[in-house]
Design a protein around this ligand. Structure first.
Ligand SMILES: Cc1cc2nc3c(=O)[nH]c(=O)nc-3n(C[C@H](O)[C@H](O)[C@H](O)COP(=O)(O)OP(=O)(O)OC[C@H]3O[C@@H](n4cnc5c(N)ncnc54)[C@H](O)[C@@H]3O)c2cc1C
Ligand code: SF4
Length: 524
């Protein structure tokens, strides 16, 4: 008998959520995480440490299409990328599950519909304590329950922005947000509503991340074990190649092989593809589960733009990420194709501008950079990135990730930018200034901004065109699953984490059935 029922590789949005869901079943679950616990230290909330010195970006070397090395914006910690995320926890739109025609191509349909995912979105919102308000966003999909917590109040400048947008005929809404803030009873609130949330770790563990709400609660169960510093480097199979028999792990420099009945990868889209490709064998010469040649393909990461507008009045907002606008998600009167989502990002601080050439050259000497910070209103524009087979992860000769990527859907992204720019005059902002913010991405190299990576192991019904079946099990292997964002056949234009969490709960129910355990999982 194997030592474990399930081995989960990676502890982020997918893996951490799955661990929590399986934990109450009593099944023996092993979590392997290549990183360590993210240290709780004053630097968690230091702009200079986090944004200038990139303290929490993990060392890794990837290659671009031309073979040039770069440092990807990855976070190898218990909790994965969610340790640093902005906790904007959106559902995909119902239409995102169907085929959508975009300016530059097609966003393909998912093999399951929104209705199948809906109960799991509701559970994920519950588990990750999402704050929001239903009924404000005209594009929001139907939901079987209200948000578990009330929407976060806008601070005055953002309330003004909301009022101005509404006066201009738009439909601003309270953005769904995973912070444990109790505005009615502040002395008992875990979250203190600080200005160092989006892109920072939460020093007081009040952000709804996969460490705090996934891994830690899972570890309260004696049947769940976590090993940190344990990087999965290869999966071995039986001779026929039909089942995984063990995972080879580099554990703090020592090689060991661990075995379970079921294996679940959740290393993030690029690293799960890497692990499968690195596990090539006689039975799987192109990489594990890669008879279709789809592993690593259709890499997506959103056409995202972080931009700064200058308010005529000062913007003293502390926690800015409370507002969203989806009026252009599916198009507008003068552009019939989807453009995407507009939301706020963490408030600019003067320290973040160091070295940001566009700001220095376009605004100086008219504005001192500290005046820019005090008047900045910061937006995040997300346009759907379309799946393109040639945008892909392969392995460089030294075994590291090679990322070949060209932007898709650039026209729609440009339209969304101009849409926002054209509204600035009505929103109390200087009309001519909508300046790109590179520091928010913590990199000047576009492909290094891998925060929203997805694709690479898409799920589907046809083994010739997909890697996983609708249960997110590899078509070619009986006991291998993938629950990170790599299963996405398309990415939509809203942030991906809640969909990864909801899908992990969906796959978790399937695994509980398979293991003969009750489905009461998370208790949520
Ligand atoms: C700065 C930032 C802001 C973001 N903001 C938002 C937001 O507001 N809303 C939103 O929805 N999304 C946001 N995201 C994206 C979101 O965090 C990711 O979509 C989500 O975490 C992906 O989940 P995952 O399970 O696919 O991978 P991850 O969460 O990245 O987890 C992968 C895990 O696998 C581990 N791992 C990798 N390789 C191995 C290996 N070989 N062996 C063992 N372990 C391994 C990693 O260390 C990591 O812990 C943000 C991301 C970043 C970086
Ligand atoms: S706003 Fe709340 S959740 Fe975010 S970092 Fe600050 S205390 Fe933590």
């Amino acid at each position: 008998m194997n030592d474990y029922d399930v081995i989960i590789v990676g502890t982020g949005a997918g893996g951490g959520t799955l661990a929590r869901h399986l934990a109450p079943s009593g099944k023996r679950v092993l979590l392997l995480e290549r990183g360590d616990w993210l240290p709780r230290e004053p630097q968690n909330w230091s702009t200079a440490d986090v944004f200038i010195d990139n303290r929490y970006i993990s060392a890794d070397t990837w290659y671009d299409a031309k073979g040039k090395t770069f440092q990807p914006q990855v976070h190898y910690f218990v909790g994965g990328a969610t340790k640093l995320y902005g906790a904007a926890l959106y559902r995909l739109r119902r239409e995102d599950f169907g085929e959508l025609k975009h300016h530059d191509g097609i966003s393909p349909a998912w093999p399951i519909g929104y209705d199948e995912m809906e109960p799991y979105y509701t559970k994920a919102e519950d588990l990750y304590q999402v704050h929001g308000a239903r009924g404000e966003d005209p594009t929001e999909p139907p939901a079987s329950a209200p948000y578990p917590f009330p929407a976060l109040a806008h601070e005055p400048r953002i309330q003004q922005l909301s009022d101005d947008l509404a006066a201009a005929g738009r439909h601003p809404f309270h953005a769904p947000c995973g912070v444990m803030l109790d505005e009615v009873n502040p002395p008992f609130s875990a979250c203190i509503r600080c200005g160092t949330c989006d892109g920072f770790p939460c020093l007081v563990h009040a952000k709804s991340d996969a460490e705090v709400l996934g891994v830690r609660p899972a570890l309260e169960h004696p049947n769940v074990t976590l090993v940190t510093g344990a990087q999965a480097v290869r999966l071995a199979t039986n001779d026929a190649g039909t089942a995984v028999t063990g995972v080879e792990v580099d554990h703090d420099g020592t090689r060991e092989v661990l075995a379970a009945d079921l294996y679940v990868l959740s290393c993030g889209a690029a690293n799960s593809a890497k692990l499968l490709l690195a596990s090539a064998s006689d039975a799987h010469p192109n990489g594990l589960a890669n008879g279709s040649d789809q592993v690593g393909r259709n890499y997506m990461f959103h056409n995202s733009q972080a931009v700064l507008a200058l308010s005529k009045e000062p913007n003293p907002t502390v926690f800015q990420k409370t507002l969203g606008v989806n009026d252009f998600y599916f198009g507008s009167d003068d552009f019939e194709y989807p453009m995407g989502n507009i939301q706020m990002i963490g408030k600019s601080q003067a320290d973040m501008f160091k070295g940001e050439k566009p700001l220095e050259t376009k605004l100086a000497p008219g504005f001192a950079l500290r005046d820019v910070a005090s008047h900045a209103v910061d937006f995040w524009l997300s346009t759907e990135d379309l799946p393109v087979p040639e945008n892909r992860v392969t392995l460089e000769r030294d075994g590291n990730v090679k990322l070949t990527y060209s932007a898709a859907n650039a026209t729609a992204a440009g339209r969304l930018y101009h849409q926002l720019k054209s509204m600035l005059g009505h929103l109390g902002m200087h009309p001519d200034h909508l300046i790109p913010r590179h520091a928010y991405l913590k990199t000047d190299i576009p492909i290094a901004g891998v925060a929203h990576q997805a694709g690479t192991c898409r799920f589907g019904t046809d083994p010739a065109t997909s890697v996983l079946n609708t249960d997110c099990r590899a078509h070619e292997l009986d006991n291998l699953y993938v629950v990170d964002t790599s299963f996405f056949p398309s990415i939509g234009a809203v942030n991906p984490a809640l969909t990864a969490m909801a899908n992990a709960l969906r796959v978790g129910d399937h695994l509980l059935d398979r293991l003969g355990a009750a489905r009461n999982g998370t208790g949520s």
